[in-house]
Design a protein around this ligand. Structure first.
Ligand code: FES
Length: 155
């Protein structure tokens, strides 16, 4: 079904949850250091939100641009980065944020990832969350490439 199509370059990125679910995320909506926004890709032609495929769950956040490693910055839009939201431990959504350390945190078993450095796994998880290249187009966030690695737990 169209709701399960994989994320593709050119897709708009929309809020997955809350009052603005289904609306495109403006780059200016994101404040540096704030917790991640959970998002889905949307087909820009049909406007179908591809939210029924768990592997399409995305995390978006803005960090200080100067704090990103070179590799991470290459796929970011200024300080805005996007990663797969699927924990590489056992597949929960990485929905929590450790504000004082600026780390992504999985509520299931405590995996932590550093969003400034390719979401490398610090504890519990076996590998990073793959980064998704993004760009800003007319103020909104758009997918600019493929995931930089496999999504979810190793099979
Ligand atoms: Fe995320 Fe286990 S599924 S820590």
């Amino acid at each position: 079904t169209p709701e399960r199509e994989p994320v593709a370059p050119g897709d708009l990125i929309v809020y997955a949850q809350g009052d603005r679910a289904g609306q495109p995320v403006n780059a200016s909506d994101l404040e540096p250091g704030q917790r991640q926004v959970i998002a889905y890709p949307m087909n820009p032609q049909t406007r179908v939100v591809k939210g029924e495929e768990p592997a399409n769950t995305l995390l978006l956040l803005r960090l200080e641009a100067a704090s990103l490693t070179a590799e991470t910055a290459r796929h970011a839009a200024g300080g805005v980065v996007a990663y797969s939201g699927v924990c590489t431990h056992l597949g929960c959504i990485v929905s929590n944020w450790i504000a004082d350390k600026q780390l992504l945190f999985c509520p299931c078993h405590g995996a932590q990832y550093d969003p400034r450095d390719r979401a490398k796994a610090l504890v519990v998880a076996p590998k990073p969350l793959p980064q998704l290249p993004i760009r800003v187009e007319d103020g909104v966030l758009v997918v600019a490439g493929e995931f930089q690695g496999p999504v979810g737990p190793p099979t």
